[in-house]
Design a protein around this ligand. Structure first.
Ligand SMILES: [Ca+2]
Length: 310
């Protein structure tokens, strides 16, 4: 969860590039005086799906600011770093520049001690300084034993790991200010586990934040702006905001890419929350046929005046 400077220029949204699949479009006139952001129906906020939610649930919105196709191998996690991005798939890590041009890949980054324990899955990842943090899973969820591992940002080599007493670990986010780490015990859950993360290898469960609703099939999470932002692989590929002060949880919209057929339905994956050219949320969607993946950027608007999150 890198922090980037906040300078909102709608024209800058065009930096995210043209959309390859027709799901979003950003354009500006020759003088940059006017900017048009067209939102495809499949990634607009689904008001029908929100009809049964409290009114406050519709007050926050996430509006697409661009879709970028990326490597099919980027299929689990995403994290913004200085000068680029880091992605994960189940068994590897990748670092790109800001244009998503791959700079380095590490296809087998887990230590033997973990693979011998059947850890085979890297989930959504996060960045903290020169370190990449990743939630890891082994497949026997009943063991109540998953793990966090940390990697050097430049080399993507593992620096250490710690077993965690939780059943699943599809995502993990770190907040360097208070040195806290966030994750969930289950893919579908109504609570967030919060670890004291001051000392690598000695994380201690600090508290549990109870949400005011259950969120299904959470695949990514990132902390920024006093909130936890969740991406899911539920039926609507829902995007959610969790207020860290009390657990109020609202649906913002959707990651999109709901148009697949049969076994080719795309899967909602990880998320990064970094203010970047006016867009706060950046999500990763994978595609089962392994033809491509997508990074989608979203501008978040707050209740009331609908201004973007400051
Ligand atoms: Ca992430």
């Amino acid at each position: 969860m890198d922090k980037c400077g906040w300078t909102l220029t709608l024209a800058a949204l065009a930096l995210f590039g043209a959309c390859s699949d027709g799901t979003a479009h950003v354009s500006h006139d020759a003088g940059d005086a006017a900017v048009e952001v067209n939102v495809s129906p499949d990634i607009a906020v689904d008001s029908a799906a929100d009809a049964d939610l409290p009114q406050s649930a519709t007050a926050w919105t996430a509006t697409t600011a661009g879709t970028v196709p990326v490597s099919m191998w980027y299929s689990q996690g995403i994290a913004k770093i200085e000068g680029g991005w880091v992605f994960s798939h189940a068994g590897g890590l990748f670092r790109t520049d800001d244009a998503f041009v791959e700079q380095l890949k590490h296809p087998l980054p887990l230590p033997a001690a973990l693979t011998e324990l059947n850890f085979i899955h890297i989930g959504d990842i996060d960045a903290w300084g020169d370190t990449i943090w990743a939630g890891l899973e082994q497949t026997d969820y009943g063991k109540n034993q998953q793990a966090v591992a940390w990697f050097d940002r430049k080399t993507l080599t593992v620096q250490g790991y710690q077993l965690l007493a939780q059943h699943q670990c599809s995502w993990l986010s770190v907040d360097p200010g208070p040195a806290l780490a966030y994750t969930m015990d289950q893919f579908s859950d109504d609570a967030v586990l919060i670890y004291d993360a001051k000392t690598p290898g000695q994380w201690q469960l600090k508290t549990t934040l109870k949400l005011d609703r259950k969120v299904d099939k959470v695949q990514g999470g990132d902390v920024a702006q006093g909130a936890l932002w969740l991406s899911t692989d539920d039926a609507e590929h829902g995007l959610y905001r969790v207020d860290l002060a009390g657990g109020a949880t609202v649906r913002l919209g959707s990651l999109g890419h709901l148009n697949g057929k049969a076994l080719a339905i795309p899967e909602g994956e990880g998320i990064d929350a970094t203010l970047l050219n006016g867009a706060l949320l950046h999500t990763l969607t994978g595609e089962p046929l392994k033809i491509t993946s997508w990074v989608d950027h979203f501008v978040v608007t707050a209740p009331g005046d609908k201004l973007p999150v400051p």
